[in-house]
Design a protein around this ligand. Structure first.
Ligand code: AMP
Ligand code: ZN
Length: 314
């Protein structure tokens, strides 16, 4: 197979575009897809301070690398979740990347800074681990960005992630989530803008990008994610994509183009009645914000460290 751009021997196939690329042209293709997503959805302006949420995995490291190459002023933020055997190497990958590119990495550690880990918090707050983790991460992304003067938070959600979330939201007709499932969420009421510049790249493309760029990343899945229903939606979409390449992109990008009315007004409705949490300042409709309630419940419980091999389900 030949590279679509230069005719040299191809190394990476992209079936949904009926294309293949040599290593150099594949890296350009990835950068172009990110630049196009940023442009199309007006995600970033030149000169803005960008905070990239970096997990140590392939997506967020590829994103950070590409944003730096595209000339954006992008620092990283790594959150240590306190998952023994998993969090340490993830943090190491984020630190090694930052050192290699002489980029700035901020770090927040749930056990050291807040006195809990995801597993303890989930049990204490009667949530699934993924829900406790998502709540903690979203809160910390927002607070760090607002407190440290960043204009925007960028996450490494890719096309496969977004298509799987969309399928889940449609299967349950969750209009509030559908309204929020946009590649750009505007700033306001104590929230920074949030963007997902990888929505035009598939998971295997960000993995290939890292391999070709020599970026070492956390290959293991999160030990708490076994049984997570999004993994089931991903498998279902993979099976469809295998038979009809391009379906995933058509599904997700079709939603962005034509599904705008779904859940319209719900987001505005949700923002009504927001006030700052008296403890941390985060916007909330309750007396204390959900994060501060979770910290209060998780604090005082003895922390349990989770070995990776236990593969805890939900
Ligand atoms: P996930 O929810 O694990 O699929 O991650 C989605 C995105 O959230 C990643 O691409 C990162 O941008 C961000 N993220 C996930 N885990 C962390 C973490 N521990 N620290 C910082 N950012 C993270
Ligand atoms: Zn709070």
């Amino acid at each position: 197979m030949k590279c679509r751009s230069c005719g040299a021997r191809a190394a990476v196939e992209v079936r949904r575009h009926n294309s293949a690329f040599c290593p150099q042209c594949f890296l350009s293709y990835c950068r172009n897809q990110v630049a196009r997503a940023i442009d199309e959805h007006k995600m970033l302006q030149r000169g803005e301070r960008v905070l990239v949420a970096v997990s140590g995995g392939k997506d967020s490291l590829a994103l950070w690398d590409i944003l730096l190459d595209l000339g954006y002023d992008a620092d990283g933020l790594y959150i240590g979740l306190g998952l023994a055997g998993y969090s340490e190497p993830s943090g190491e990958h984020a630190r090694a990347f930052a050192a290699g590119r002489q980029a700035k990495l901020l770090e927040v550690d749930l056990p050291a800074d807040f006195g809990y880990d995801v597993r303890t918090a989930a049990a204490a707050d009667r949530r699934t681990p993924c829900s406790a983790c998502g709540l903690s991460k979203r809160h910390i992304f927002d607070r760090q960005a607002v407190d440290k003067g960043y204009d925007v938070v960028a996450t490494g959600h890719n096309l496969d992630d977004e298509a799987a979330v969309l399928l889940g939201n449609l299967l349950h007709w969750d209009l509030a989530y559908l309204a929020r499932q946009r590649p750009v969420l505007p700033a306001g009421d104590g929230f920074p803008r949030k963007v997902k510049p990888l929505v035009r790249l598939a998971e295997r493309e960000t993995a290939a990008y890292c391999v070709l760029r020599g970026i070492e990343y956390q290959v293991e899945e999160c030990p708490m994610s076994a049984g997570n229903r999004h993994l089931g939606y991903k498998d279902a979409l993979d099976a469809i994509e295998e038979r009809s390449p391009g379906t995933k992109a058509a599904f997700y990008h079709g939603f962005l183009e034509r599904g705008g009315a779904l859940g319209a007004g719900v987001a505005e409705e949700e923002r009504k009645g927001l006030h700052p949490c008296p403890n941390c300042g985060a916007p909330t409709v309750s007396e204390l914000c959900a994060f501060c309630r979770l910290v209060a419940r998780a604090a005082g419980r003895p922390r349990r460290r989770l070995p990776v091999s236990s593969g805890a389900g939900l």
